[in-house]
Design a protein around this ligand. Structure first.
Ligand code: URP
Ligand code: ZN
Ligand code: ZN
Length: 468
């Protein structure tokens, strides 16, 4: 029997906070009580600190290639980065190539996972681009029972990730049948491509044109269309990286009509506004992610939706494309159109949202836990198991020092990527101990030697965990 005793902290859940000791036994939370006095294999002093569930990031691209540029991370580096930031569960994406079967797509993903073993278990969503072979629809139907209970659809990037309406329909129908969750990147890809063609013709290829070729209406239209498909098919739907008020509004409306729809945003939309594209190139290139950074008024709308109704989860959309390559591609003649979209953020999410969100008075401590841990776990088939501090749950726990101040930057970050989106930002609040499967993985800033982990199998249906 392996035990860890966390003493003297304040346990924070999505429902409240209370002083308690927490005992883990063989990978599970065994006891939570005002005072637990007993020997344990590991004793963690949490006085003056919070004890929270390990963070859950359901939107983290570990293996992704965008416009021919591969991300810098592998599963080892990405999970180490996540864990140093207090995130103990991530869910990556297996990308189906056009013409590829889903079994082969998942086999490729498992091979990549085995090639760079993670320090925490990693789940996977199936990204669907092509269901023209009926056998693939059968494979999709079978996926949730194998622990892959969420599907991803891109409504942008024609010629690579983008899905057509027929496959979108079929995916949503299978999700409705099985209880799987459909994640949607909602941008009107064809309208954006037309605007990009106009920008290329006019030779307006500097960073501000990344934003002006992806206006809010292209996002809002796609959210409305995705929700129309969801309403017709009955699929539970999760709109990823919502960036603006116009895209929040249809989600609020769908929720009000009783639809099972949820919204996600990411720290970059809360912390960067469109002025990033006017900054010197080295900074402006960090803002090339999609949808783009919007206005300060949109940021306010996102915070309001996070604290109230409309947005339910804060993920990272971690996509670690090196800055050196971003410069190289930008200078290649294609300007913003050649730069891979996306940015890194796995390690910084909890700290940024604690500092700017909780300390900044935008969300409560409990909402921080709910948005970053509890709700993502519940929606992605991990309810009651991850994202909670409760007896019987997996013992993935973080002791969070609310007073520790540090400066974010690439020097100290653990991802293999060569830049930080938040270089030089000073934040207060950091994990002091990170416990995975009941055993300290990080203590005093050191990664401890623990067994490597593997595939995280999730419950087949959102329904199965919705009441937790
Ligand atoms: O710009 C972004 N968001 N890149 C990552 C891939 C995606 O769209 O999620
Ligand atoms: Zn996306
Ligand atoms: Zn993404």
């Amino acid at each position: 029997m392996t035990t860890t005793l966390i003493q003297g902290g304040t346990v924070v859940t999505s429902a409240g906070r209370f002083a308690a000791d927490v005992l883990t036994v063989d990978g599970r939370i065994g006891e939570i009580a005002t005072s637990i006095a007993r020997p344990a294999d590991h004793i963690v002093d949490a006085r003056g600190q919070y004890v929270i569930p390990g963070g859950v990031d359901p939107h983290a691209h570990v293996k992704i290639t965008f416009g021919g540029v591969p991300s810098a991370d592998d599963f080892t580096s990405a999970t180490i980065a996540a864990a140093f930031g207090g995130t103990t569960t991530i869910i990556d994406f297996a990308f189906q190539e056009h013409g590829q079967s889903l079994s082969s797509t998942l086999d490729d993903w498992h091979a990549a996972l085995a090639a760079s073993p993670p320090v925490t278990d990693v789940g996977v969503h199936l990204m669907i681009s092509d269901l023209t072979d009926p056998a693939w629809i059968d494979e999709l139907r079978a996926a949730p029972a194998t622990g892959v209970s969420s599907f991803k659809l891109f409504m942008a990037y024609r010629g690579s990730f983008m899905v057509g309406d027929p496959a979108m329909w079929d995916t949503m129908r299978v999700a409705a049948e099985t209880g799987a969750l459909v994640m949607v990147h909602a941008e009107n890809g064809d309208a954006i491509d037309a605007l990009i063609r106009e920008a290329v013709a006019a030779d307006t290829l500097t960073p501000p044109f990344h934003a002006s070729t992806r206006p809010r209406s292209t996002e809002a239209e796609a959210v409305n269309r995705a929700l129309m498909f969801a309403e017709l098919t009955g699929a539970r739907t999760f709109i990823v990286h919502v960036s603006c008020a116009d895209a929040v509004a249809p989600i609020v409306g769908a929720k009000a009509r009783g639809m099972e729809v949820w919204g996600e945003t990411c720290p970059q939309y809360l912390l960067f506004d469109e002025s990033i594209y006017e900054q010197p190139l080295d900074q402006a290139l960090r803002g090339i992610f999609s949808p783009p950074a919007r206005s300060v008024a949109d940021q306010d709308a996102l915070w309001t939706a996070l604290a109230g109704v409309g947005l339910d989860v804060i993920s990272t959309d971690h996509s670690a494309f090196n800055l050196a390559l971003r410069h190289e591609r930008y200078e290649s003649g294609g300007g913003f159109t050649a730069v891979p979209n996306g940015g890194p953020g796995l390690e910084e999410r909890l700290a940024l949202m604690f500092d700017v969100g909780v300390r900044g008075g935008r969300i409560s401590l409990e909402q921080w836990v709910d948005l970053c841990c509890t709700t993502p776990a519940r929606l992605f088939g991990l309810g009651g198991r991850k994202g909670v501090v409760a007896v019987g749950a997996d013992a993935d726990l973080v002791v969070w020092d609310p007073e520790r101040e540090r400066t974010l930057g690439v020097e100290t970050a653990k991802s293999k990527v060569d830049y930080s989106m938040h270089e030089g930002r000073v934040v207060t609040g950091a994990p002091s101990t990170v416990i995975v499967d009941g055993v300290p993985l990080i203590a005093d800033g050191e990664l401890l030697d623990q067994p490597k982990r593997g595939f995280l199998r999730r419950a087949a249906s959102v329904e199965a965990t919705a009441s937790v």
